[in-house]
Design a protein around this ligand. Structure first.
Ligand SMILES: Cc1cc2nc3c(=O)[nH]c(=O)nc-3n(C[C@H](O)[C@H](O)[C@H](O)COP(=O)(O)OP(=O)(O)OC[C@H]3O[C@@H](n4cnc5c(N)ncnc54)[C@H](O)[C@@H]3O)c2cc1C
Length: 401
């Protein structure tokens, strides 16, 4: 990655008195994201508190969530996860390349990325632009893992056709009331709040508003949904006159579609970078689990090639996000590359590891990741929809009549 400007970071480090740092990080001056990554790697390899996260294999989702919350707190308290976020919101300055470098370093050391980081990477950039007061107030507790957030867009009859959603947002005094049903909210049952898209006006995308709603309040019921691997990956959220204070609107009333579109460049682009490190790490792990068979060379080579393509493309995306460029519809390309890389990686791993993959109790976590990979063509916008977007909005091909 190219080097980010250092002056802003040095100022940020000097300026961060509101959230004291360890001597180790305060003394460091990072000339680049790569230098930061090298220093973080040294920290993780040598600090005895970090050892329990290296090579950790989650026995269950709940266990993973509890265990990895410790890493999240450690990275925040020592300052490492605050690089790449603005000082005014409790960060230490620098741009998204620092976050990208952190994810890369964690995967390199075979450390699972705490799940809330993936949600943060999607939701917080949106708050910084559309509701900075909420980012300033809430980023530190979110980044430290003191609270978790979910994303509630989809409804039973509104997935790909999101603009048809029906959950209502009605004015009430100095706030709003929400009524409706959301579905597929990832880890909603583990979250305290959710970013939610609701209908505040007429039909279509112009009648939508984005809000931040507390999930632990009267009028909200969160029910976990069990996925194929036996874990509660998702939730349904039922809203019955749930209260939203007026200052929880993200962006403009009726401007929710623009907020959702801005969010997608992080959900499809930055997410792709975060995931390519995991695919690479898992392919390496698979090679250690079973001897190299010439008959597996083609599928492993195919997977590596797709992961490399994803890496190169999303690296450029992170650079563009760091330059605050608007990515537009071409971010669907990131998502399509992600789908191909994710499916190919797990197909290759399953073939390569052989019967052990299905039978070895210790590989439960690997099977769970395989099962999750089958959802790649759906989550974050389905494969068919992404191809259509590329055809119509990037290649400017005619629409079907
Ligand atoms: C792992 C995972 C995590 C998720 N997390 C969240 C979350 O945190 N928050 C959230 O709000 N949602 C979440 N979702 C929901 C996700 O956004 C939706 O599943 C997705 O948008 C598709 O919507 P749908 O399920 O209603 O399918 P549908 O929109 O009904 O689509 C069904 C099939 O029809 C195809 N199709 C639909 N319309 C067209 C068209 N016009 N042209 C061609 N093909 C079409 C689709 O490609 C798909 O194959 C998650 C989903 C998954 C799988």
């Amino acid at each position: 990655m190219t080097d980010p400007p250092t002056d802003a970071l040095a100022d940020a480090l000097a300026d961060a008195s509101a959230h004291p740092l360890t001597e180790q990080l305060a003394a460091a001056t990072f000339e680049s994201a790569s230098e930061y990554a090298a220093a973080l790697e040294r920290f993780l390899r040598t600090d005895e508190r970090a050892g329990v996260y290296i090579g950790y294999r989650p026995p269950s989702l709940e266990d993973s969530s509890r265990h990895m919350a410790g890493l999240q707190a450690l990275l925040f308290d020592t300052g490492w996860s605050r690089l790449g976020w603005p000082v005014r919101a409790g960060g230490l300055g620098g741009d998204p390349r620092f976050r990208a470098a952190m994810f890369e370093t964690l995967w390199k050391l075979d450390i699972q990325i705490p799940e809330p980081f993936t949600t943060l990477e999607i939701l917080v950039p949106v708050l910084l632009v559309f509701a900075p007061h909420l980012a300033d107030e809430l980023l530190p507790s979110l980044l430290r893992g003191d609270e978790g957030w979910a994303q509630a867009f989809s409804e039973p009859d509104a997935g790909s056709d999101l603009a048809s959603l029906r959950t209502r947002l009605e004015p009430d005094g100095d706030g709003y009331r929400l009524t409706g049903q959301k579905v597929w909210s990832t880890y909603g049952h583990l979250a305290q709040r959710s970013v939610l898209l609701a209908r505040s006006g007429g039909p279509g995308h112009k009648g939508l508003t984005m809000v931040l709603v507390d999930l632990d309040q009267t009028g909200v019921e969160v029910r976990p949904i069990r996925a194929e691997d036996g874990e509660n990956h998702f939730s349904e959220i039922f809203l019955d006159d749930a209260w939203v204070p007026g200052d929880r609107i993200i962006g403009q009333l009726g401007g929710g579609w623009a907020v959702a579109m801005y969010m997608l460049q992080w959900e499809r682009g930055a997410w792709g970078w975060l995931q390519q490190g995991r695919f690479h790490s898992r392919l390496q792990h698979a090679l250690q689990l079973a001897p190299a068979e010439p008959s597996h060379a083609a599928s492993l080579g195919h997977a590596y090639t797709l992961v490399a393509a994803l890496r190169l493309h999303t690296r450029e995306t992170v650079e563009r996000l760091a330059r605050e460029e608007t990515l537009g519809p071409e971010v669907s390309i990131d998502k399509l590359l992600l789908i191909d890389a994710e499916l190919a990686t797990w197909n290759a791993i399953r073939d390569h590891v052989g019967p052990r993959f299905e039978l070895d109790e210790e590989l439960h976590w690997l099977r769970a990741e395989y099962l999750f990979s089958r959802a790649a063509p759906i989550y974050g916008g389905s494969q068919e929809i992404q191809r259509t977007l590329v055809a119509q909005r990037v290649l400017h091909m005619p629409r079907e009549s």
